[in-house]
Ligand binder design. Structure first.
Ligand code: SF4
Ligand code: SF4
Length: 379
């Protein structure tokens, strides 16, 4: 029996990978993960060559079988990993994680979803703590399908390339993106952008009016260094997000939510979503007491990846005050800590917000899910 079996769904770069394993066997998977087929190769080393989004399912289908080793090779993460990535299939993979490299922003949008314009936190995610937290995430998960390095404005962090490179080193399987308003991109040294490009990281540009206005310069800077860049859908309106009077039941908001996958890592903690993560900033600035205790301590020795996946698949405390979708307003920049008001975020407790808005949210969810999938596909 040959020692290595390569299962693939995407033949892209297959020849290059098979060249590493003289006498390997290759099997094309046409109908998704096939546990019976995998079981026939028990005791062999196996490699999955597949699109990033398929890898979780392939790894899951092998669980409980005994292989000499399992490795993955994602074919669509914006760079070519040097070699197949060995994984531990006893752990889960996290589908998505975002993290904040800089706590302030050069745009100070009214109603910023991270409250960056309140300046409750200033400065950066300490690099050593960032590495420590990433390493802990790697103990808990075999990989993370998508990582977005965000802010505030992440390009205000002068060590941005160090963060991207370290992230790539620890999570070679990830689709790695920097999320920025893009305005500082033309001022970033070309060699920094080249380092970002070389570690297989790309830019997602949040498409606010000033970003649109400067699109030509932003795209030119990215093209000079060859770093991939995508502008998001134009954003001209923001939505208020916090119910002035929380509900009693977190389940309906969670069921209708499009952001349940937006897990956020920061300063030794992991939150089910960025809204739950950032709640303390709003409380600190306005003296409110919205729930802050949905965060998991990464240092907790009893934590494992499976517990996290389970906890994050259920409604959590902060969902009681999530009311996104009601009362949109026109985007406005340069609303700093002195100008920001809690009304920029708060949805007043009216009959409309209590009854009509949740119904609209529920009705719009299927269309929004389809739109999100379409946007993800285009990216
Ligand atoms: S661009 Fe606006 S919404 Fe985005 S982080 Fe900066 S202030 Fe917040
Ligand atoms: S708190 Fe709950 S409802 Fe709000 S964004 Fe997070 S997961 Fe969704």
């Amino acid at each position: 029996m040959r020692n290595v079996c390569i299962f693939y769904t995407d033949g892209n770069r297959l020849r290059e990978i098979t060249a590493r394993y003289p006498a390997c066997e290759t099997v094309r998977l046409r109908g998704g993960p096939d546990r019976a087929l995998f079981a026939e190769r028990e005791t062999q080393s196996i490699v999955f060559v597949a699109r990033n989004e398929e890898l979780q399912g392939l790894a899951a289908a092998c669980r409980g079988l005994s292989f000499a080793s399992v490795a993955v090779y994602p074919t669509d993460v914006g760079y070519a990993p040097r070699e197949p990535i060995g994984i531990d299939i006893s752990k889960p993979r996290l589908d998505y994680m975002e993290t904040e490299l800089c706590h302030v922003c050069n745009l100070n949008c009214k109603g910023c979803c991270d409250y960056s314009n309140l300046h409750v936190d200033t400065g950066f995610y300490d690099f050593d703590n960032f590495v420590k937290d990433l390493n802990r995430m790697k103990e808990l998960f075999w990989g993370i399908a998508k990582i977005r390095l965000m802010g505030g404005e992440p390009l205000m962090n002068p060590r941005i390339a160090d963060y991207a490179e370290k992230c790539r080193e620890i999570f070679p399987d990830s689709d790695l993106r920097i999320v920025s308003n893009g305005l500082l991109l033309p001022k970033i040294p070309t060699d920094t952008l080249e380092r970002i490009r070389d570690c297989g990281c790309s830019f997602d540009i949040s498409n606010y009016p000033p970003s649109r206005k400067n699109k030509k310069e932003i795209v030119a800077a990215a093209e000079r260094s060859g770093v991939p860049i995508k502008f998001g859908v134009p954003m001209n309106r923001f939505l208020r997000t916090i119910l002035e009077r929380p509900t009693d039941d977190p389940a309906p908001a969670f069921r209708n939510c499009l952001f349940t996958h937006c897990h956020m890592m920061g300063n030794g903690k992991l939150a089910p979503c960025s809204y739950a993560y950032c709640a303390y900033r709003f409380n600190a600035r306005f003296g409110t007491d919205y729930p802050e205790d949905d965060l998991l301590e990464l240092s907790d020795p009893s934590l494992d990846g499976w517990k996290i996946v389970k906890a994050f698949s259920e409604p959590h405390k902060y969902c009681v005050c999530c009311g996104r979708g009601a009362l949109p307003y026109r985007w406005r920049g340069h609303v700093g800590p002195d100008q920001a008001k809690k009304e920029d975020w708060l949805i007043p407790d009216t009959a409309l917000s209590r009854t009509v808005a949740p119904v609209i949210q529920k009705a719009l969810k299927p269309a929004a899910v389809r739109l999100r999938a379409l946007i993800q596909k285009k990216k």
